[in-house]
Design a protein around this ligand. Structure first.
Ligand code: HEM
Length: 447
């Protein structure tokens, strides 16, 4: 089948050979999907770390960029138009021109997310998407580094971090990932749904089960009763509207007819999981870099009287953790019309992949590619800068990013304030960091 017979486009973009397409599938897409796009599979993450699979994915993309230049590069997949973005300017363009003509509701993403949130903004389009996106932005206070309810979240963060440190001290002093993430999810449930959800691990488990189904996308039927149960439980939290929770704030916001509040919240519960991963990796970065750790501790002390500390260096540490090891490595869009690029036209209905690790770790262009460089985040990054897009960018940028950074930085601050951390599981050189850091295998000694 020729390119012309798949799509009627007259001036098509460069197209990878069948061999190159197979190499992209083998080195980029299959390893990312095997790790679990919606919920990680710890054994595959461990193997990917050991085999440097994330490094291999970046090198494969570099090889194609060396050959094809700006791209975008159409992959050679019979019956399916898929493009790989290779140029920094095109990253900005695709993300800024979302959702038209680059829709966030891409086919593969939709097949995964519909398992637990079929009406979430991210896989909606047109007027429905606009309403759902607006509701997310308002509830998450997306324009403000410090959520207007931050003063009610901080005591929760402090209590849970202190309880975590006490628990670890009381059981031999080793902090592993499971212990950490359990404590983190207590914070998340309390902040999002209210204090009464603190022990509701069943809800987290139900979310995880449906996310595990989501990993299989089209290949697994939707568990409709599980999904209905999750959405009912979330609706119940909205109805309870416990004072101090984001659910309570969302419940009293004016809502447009298609906003579907309960369907937006599974995305939050899901996405706080990678926030936990990034935080744990962030602690590892600090443990490996005593100078930055000292500077972070100074900031913690300077801001300790604030009701909701800003903690810029800890925020930058989380952002660096996400640059080095993106938790959304594949940002996907789908063209709603033909789109013209400098070197050709992309057909309507093309899945467009921005492979974030390629841009974050491109050592052909970035001297900081593999080192811990929190200074990168000292000022807001703009379209003129190299694209570092852990939270995406443009109109589809993560509306939860500030809330994530507020909660993660303060959770880290509380842990660091109560203890000295020694990284036991890994030897990390902040000047030359691995392509993946397996959060499940990280272990600290708390003093
Ligand atoms: C480290 C943690 C997180 C990272 C790295 C992250 C990153 C991202 C990225 C890259 C996207 C764009 C995805 C795409 O276009 O396909 C996104 C979307 C989104 N994120 Fe986050 N996110 C995180 C946590 C959160 C949290 C905790 C919330 C809510 C409390 C949240 C709410 C959302 C929502 C609602 C969207 C969809 C936005 C839309 O439809 O335009 N995220 N996030």
């Amino acid at each position: 089948m020729t390119a012309e017979s798949i799509s009627p486009v007259k001036n098509p973009l460069p197209k990878a050979t069948l061999m190159e397409t197979a190499q992209v599938l083998r080195d980029v897409q299959i390893p990312m999907i095997a790790k679990g796009p919606i919920i990680r599979r710890p054994k595959v993450v461990a193997a990917s770390e050991r085999l440097d699979l994330d490094g291999r994915a970046v090198r494969r993309t570099q090889t194609l960029a060396n050959k094809y230049g700006r791209g975008p590069l159409m992959l050679n997949i019979p019956g399916r138009d898929m493009a790989l973005i290779l140029d920094p300017d095109d990253v900005h363009r695709v993300l800024e021109d979302s959702p038209e003509p680059f829709a966030t509701a891409e086919t593969l993403k939709t097949s995964a997310l519909k398992h637990f949130e079929p009406k979430v903004a991210l896989i909606s389009h047109g007027a429905e998407r606009a309403q759902r996106r607006r509701l997310n932005e308002e509830a998450l206070d997306h324009g403000h580094p410090i959520h207007h309810m931050a003063a009610t979240f901080m005591p929760v963060v402090k209590e849970e971090a202190k309880a975590l440190v006490d628990q670890v001290r009381g059981s031999g002093g080793t902090l592993d990932y499971q212990t950490f993430i359990d404590a983190w999810f207590r914070v998340v449930r309390r902040v999002v749904l209210g204090d009464s959800a603190r022990e509701d691990t069943e809800l987290t488990e139900l979310t995880e089960k449906l996310r595990a189904d989501g990993n299989w996308g089209f290949f697994k039927p939707v568990d409709k009763s599980g999904r209905a149960e999750l959405l009912d439980r979330i609706q119940a939290a909205l109805d309870r509207a416990e004072p101090g929770s984001v659910a309570a704030f969302m419940a009293q916001l004016p809502k447009e007819s298609d906003a579907e509040p309960a369907q937006q919240i599974p995305q939050w519960l899901f996405a706080f999981d990678p926030a936990g991963m990034a935080t744990f990796r962030g602690l590892a970065l600090l443990a490996a870099d005593p100078k930055t750790l000292d500077a972070a501790r100074r900031q913690i002390r300077e801001e300790q009287e604030e009701a909701a500390p800003m903690l810029p260096l800890l925020r930058s540490t989380v952002l660096e953790s996400l640059r080095l090891w993106p938790t959304t490595p594949m940002i996907l869009r789908e063209t709603t019309t033909e789109v013209e690029f400098d070197h050709g036209v992309m057909p309507a209905g093309t899945s467009v992949l921005v492979f974030a690790p390629f841009f974050h770790r491109d050592d052909r262009n970035l001297d900081f590619a593999h080192r811990f460089a929190p200074e990168l985040w000292g000022r807001p990054r703009t379209r003129k800068d190299w694209p570092l897009v852990p939270f995406s960018a443009g109109l589809g940028i993560c509306p939860g990013r500030h809330l994530v950074l507020l909660l993660t930085s303060n959770f880290m601050a509380e842990i660091l304030g109560h203890s000295e951390l020694e990284l036991q599981s890994h030897t990390l050189d902040p000047e030359s960091l691995p392509s993946l850091l397996n959060n499940y295998g990280l272990r600290f000694r708390l003093h």
